[in-house]
Design a binder for this molecule. Structure first.
Ligand code: UCC
Ligand code: FAD
Length: 605
């Protein structure tokens, strides 16, 4: 009998071993890399205050804000279309946690901080660092906030031309008072096309005698369905009932969502892989009142400021997801044993984590730098340096969004594997991170569309003939669009100090060689090859730029040996994908035909 009692398994006895779960700790105070970046850039007059606030936020995203997000995940939004008495109500029901997150966001000033500009040119950096900490615990409330931030900036720029719009909306969009705070939607996507917005937009706008418009259309994806207002595209219908096709027919409209009643019907809520906390809906617009806020036919261009913000936000979300899974995985490595040792004592496991860490740091520094550059554009006096930075930022935004989003999917997926089978178990809350980052390469422009946006920016610069750099350079280039020239010079300047001293010399030279090779190679491609290779071009520019940022960071006097190792490790990978793929003839016209044959081999309708 004594022997039986010592057997650990019986009814209501689960055995002696319980795996300790990974602990979520303060997400700011344990982020050495983030602190190093702030230390390097933010002047001492701001640094302590900024760090103090971020420390508090780092604690809250590991405690109460995180717990709110768990409730948001378990109580997804639902649509009540018909009332018990048969009335069409189209009522969106969101959880109380979703509503509380709106209040928390307002109180934290997540949107406001970008406009109060308390930290001068570093205010955007501060704001995006807030989001970097917030996103993985934000239950996707970061989505409406991103659009709100984009709308706020667009409207701030319209202050002089549309003072009524500014006075009516801006104080709400940037309010810290939960009762006053508004969120905004961004309605671009229709059934025919979310990438090809100019080809796909069927929504029409009919002018009224008082100068307002009535909109009629079907918006295929609307994520901020409970937003107070939205910015949306529509095609103006003339007196004969005709519209202008393509991009020149699109104008931008402001619409007060809350006052429309049944003129906006929620047709259905999307059933999504992830972002389940977020009420993404299809909307029928049936005569909603709107105000035109762009010149006729300049809708896409007017919306591009909003896209700049929402694309940076997407990358912040993606970089934040990488950081979160690695933070949890490294904690787990200190608690989980396999083959008699903690995971952190298995060099192969730590090597795997280190690969992820390098990716996460490169993503983080890319995000922080984009935010820093944006802050400078918004607050500093214009001069030659700022004009060059404007070009750099124009390329950085699509590169950042496309590269970091794509990478976060593989890094977070690898991160789940670091927990073994537990990484696949829903109530660990780990799979959510993967689901919620899988959307980042898709929304706000897919990877290909953003690669083509890079090409758009280059071609626009190139079409301004006075803005071509035609002089022979020491790298043998005869002609480079100004924007690429500025980008290249920016990279060379960043790695220049690294070239001086030994530990970083190799890494700095690799970046320099790669950027020169890519520029030379790109200039040799004809326009159709440039289009076909746009993704490789974009990946190359992104990887090279991230390499330059890491080398620059590691060359600073305050840098640590870990910073140096990170830069070395990043630069040892293949930085110039365009050239390696281009050399194999993969972008030729015969390759284009062969690609079609390969993909459609055996296919028929
Ligand atoms: O997905 C969405 C919301 C999801 C939730 C967001 C959450 C954010 C993160 C939260 C984290 C939790 S909203 C839908 C997003 N949709 C897109 O991003 C659309 C993707 N498609 C494109 O980007 C296309 O390339 C289009 C729509 C821009 C193509 O339109 P067009 O009309 O064919 O393009 P054009 O003709 O080339 O450009 C028209 C004008 C030009 O100006 P001008 O005439 O002065 O040269 C372009 O230079 O617009 C200008 N333009 C730009 N300017 C176009 N794109 C840009 C740009 N990126 N920056 C500056
Ligand atoms: P398509 O344009 O049909 O693209 C299909 C594929 O073709 C993609 O891989 C694309 O890269 C590729 N492709 C297209 N054109 C080219 C080309 N010229 N060259 C090479 N490849 C090309 N939209 C809003 O307006 N507001 C929202 O609030 C919103 N919320 C969303 C929320 C979620 C969860 C999701 C998933 C989407 C949301 N969207 C929203 C829509 C989103 O922005 C679009 O789905 C996205 O822009 C892609 O458009 P599409 O779905 O029409 O794909």
């Amino acid at each position: 009998a004594a022997k039986v009692a010592s057997i650990p398994f019986a009814h209501a006895r689960l055995g002696p071993f319980f795996q300790e779960e990974p602990k979520l700790i303060n997400q700011f105070s344990h982020d050495a890399f983030l602190q190093g970046f702030l230390q390097r850039h933010v002047p001492s007059k701001h640094l302590q205050k900024m760090k103090g606030r971020l420390e508090q936020l780092g604690e809250r995203v590991a405690t109460d804000i995180y717990h709110l997000s768990l409730r948001m995940e378990s109580e997804p939004p639902r649509l009540e279309q018909i009332s018990a008495w048969g009335m069409r109500v189209d009522k969106l029901v969101t959880s109380t946690a979703w509503q509380e997150m709106k209040a928390v966001s307002a109180q934290l000033g997540l949107v406001a901080s970008g406009y109060e500009r308390e930290f001068d040119e570093w205010s955007r950096l501060y704001q995006m660092v807030q989001f970097y900490l917030f996103e993985p615990s934000g239950g996707l409330y970061g989505c409406p906030l991103a659009m709100t931030n984009g709308a706020a900036r667009s409207i701030e720029l319209l202050r002089d031309t549309h003072p009524w719009l500014y006075d009516h909306t801006f104080p709400h969009l940037t309010s810290r008072d939960p009762d006053q705070f508004w969120t905004s939607g961004q309605w671009m996507t229709e059934k025919r096309g979310g990438s090809d917005v100019a080809g796909g937009t069927e929504t029409v706008a009919v002018e009224q005698t008082d100068g307002t418009y009535k909109l009629y259309g079907y918006k295929w994806f609307s994520s901020a369905t409970d937003a107070d207002m939205t910015l949306t595209l529509a095609r103006i219908l003339d007196q004969q009932g005709n519209t202008v096709k393509g991009t020149l027919g699109l104008s931008l409209f402001y619409l007060d969502v809350k006052s429309q009643g049944s003129k906006i019907q929620i047709m259905k809520l999307k059933n999504k892989l992830g972002t389940r906390q977020l009420p993404t809906a299809e909307l029928l617009i049936d005569g909603a009142t709107a105000y035109k806020i762009s010149e006729d036919g300049r809708g896409v261009s007017a919306m591009s400021q909003m896209l700049t913000l929402t694309r940076i936000h997407t990358a912040v979300h993606a970089a934040g997801a990488m950081r979160r899974i690695i933070n949890l995985a490294r904690d787990y490595a200190s608690r989980r044993k396999a083959f008699g040792r903690l995971l952190l004592n298995h060099p192969l496991h730590v090597h795997t984590l280190a690969n992820m860490e390098v990716e996460a740091r490169a993503a983080a520094i890319f995000v922080f730098e984009a935010a820093r550059l944006l802050g400078r554009q918004e607050t500093c006096e214009r001069n030659e340096k700022l004009e060059v930075e404007e070009d750099v930022l124009r390329l950085v935004v699509p590169l950042l969004k496309l590269y970091v989003s794509k990478k976060s999917v593989s890094v977070v997926s690898e991160g789940l594997e670091c927990f073994g089978g537990q990484g696949y178990i829903e109530d660990t809350d780990l799979p959510r991170l993967l689901r919620d980052t899988q959307v980042t390469p898709i929304w706000e422009g897919t990877t290909n569309i953003l690669s083509l946006d890079v090409l758009r920016a280059i071609r626009k610069s190139s079409s301004k003939s006075s803005k071509r750099v035609t002089k022979e350079s020491k790298f043998g280039m005869s002609s480079l669009p100004q924007i690429l020239h500025n980008f290249q010079q920016d990279i060379l300047a960043r790695v220049s100090p690294g070239k001086e001293a030994r530990p970083l010399q190799g890494a700095a030279i690799k970046v320099e060689t790669a950027v020169n090779m890519v520029m030379r190679h790109w200039a040799d491609l004809d326009p159709s090859q440039q289009e076909m290779s746009a993704r490789e071009m974009a990946y190359s520019l992104a990887r090279i730029y991230m390499g330059a940022l890491l080398v620059e960071h590691a060359s600073h006097p305050s840098a640590t040996s870990v910073d140096v190792y990170t830069a070395q490790r990043w630069c040892n990978s293949d930085l110039s994908l365009l050239c390696t793929k281009g050399d194999t003839g993969i972008f030729t016209s015969s390759a284009r035909d062969l690609n079609l044959e390969l993909v459609f081999d055996g296919f028929s309708h």
